[in-house]
Structure formats: C-alpha cells, structure tokens
Design a protein around this ligand. Sequence first.
Ligand code: NAG
Ligand code: NAG
Ligand code: NAG
Length: 135
Amino acid sequence: MTASYGTRTTPPRCHKNLFHSCRFVGIFLVTLVILLPTSSDACDDPPRYESMMLKNVSKDLYHPGDQIEFKCRLGFKPITPLLPTTAICQANNTWTPLQEACTRKSCPQLADPSNGQVNGTFLFGSEVHFVCNEG
Ligand SMILES: *[C@@H]1O[C@H](CO)[C@@H](O)[C@H](O)[C@H]1NC(C)=O
Ligand SMILES: *[C@@H]1O[C@H](CO)[C@@H](O)[C@H](O)[C@H]1NC(C)=O
Ligand SMILES: *[C@@H]1O[C@H](CO)[C@@H](O)[C@H](O)[C@H]1NC(C)=O
C-alpha cells in the first residue's frame, strides 16, 4: 500500500527558493508512511444488526480490546433467554460475532369483526387487513 502510494506521487520539483516547502512535503510524506501501518491496527466499523443498535455513539476508531455494547432497536425486545450483546475488537482486528439478540414486539391480537376476519400478523412494522366474508 505504501509502495503504490509512492509510485503514484510525482516528486515536486525543487528550486532553491522553494527548498523549505519541498522539505515540508518530504516530512509530510515520511509522516504518512509512518502512520499508514499503524492506522490498520484497528477494527472496522461496528457490525450492523437488524434488531440491535449501539448503546453508545460510535467512535471513529476502535483498537483491539475495545468493547461495544448493543441494545434493542425501537420496536424490538430482548430474546429470552438473553443472548450476548457485547462485542470485542480482537487482536486480528475483527469483532467477536454476535447473533441478533432482539425480536420484534407484538401488538395485542385483534378480534375478527363479525362477518369478516383479520388478516396479517401483529408484529412491529406489519399491517393487518380486515376482510369481509363472502357476500
Ligand atoms: C459508554 O459510555 C459510557 C459513558 O460515556 C462509558 O462509561 C462506558 O464505558 C461506555 N460503554 C461502552 C461499552 O463503550
Ligand atoms: C480472528 O480471531 C478470532 C479469535 O482468535 C477467530 O475466531 C477468528 O476466526 C479470526 N478471524 C479472522 C478473519 O482471522
Ligand atoms: C390474507 O393475506 C394473504 C397474504 O397477503 C393472502 O394470500 C390471502 O389471500 C389473504 N386472505 C384473505 C382472506 O384475504
């Protein structure tokens, strides 16, 4: 990665009176080369889940040993028995995998109307339809 960066960069032409700015560019490039390998010592962004969201606001960078905690999204409740909701940034820069630990809440069951029926599920986010009986 650092090598390809070097080949793409055309070296700035140095005139005597521009020596200082050229040296500045040199220092900048050396700093970049030093920083690039260390910036890969971090986990990717926290994984996303349908039923869970981060408890705390996401950080820009996570290092091995950092922990993140998830909570149920709006409309979801914890599955029982409880499943783990904490992931750890591991030494190889991957997050410990988690299962979806929450499930959709359900609205109270609706009774069938006289001469008809309710069609659909009562889970968060779903619709039901009232259907008239034939005739
Ligand atoms: C979440 O934030 C609180 C307060 O800022 C902090 O004490 C706690 O350690 C954080 N928890 C995680 C899992 O990052
Ligand atoms: C990272 O390390 C963990 C724990 O040692 C292991 O289970 C996982 O398979 C590793 N992942 C990769 C992509 O190497
Ligand atoms: C209830 O909904 C299902 C799926 O949308 C549909 O196939 C079925 O025909 C519906 N039943 C009635 C009685 O409308």
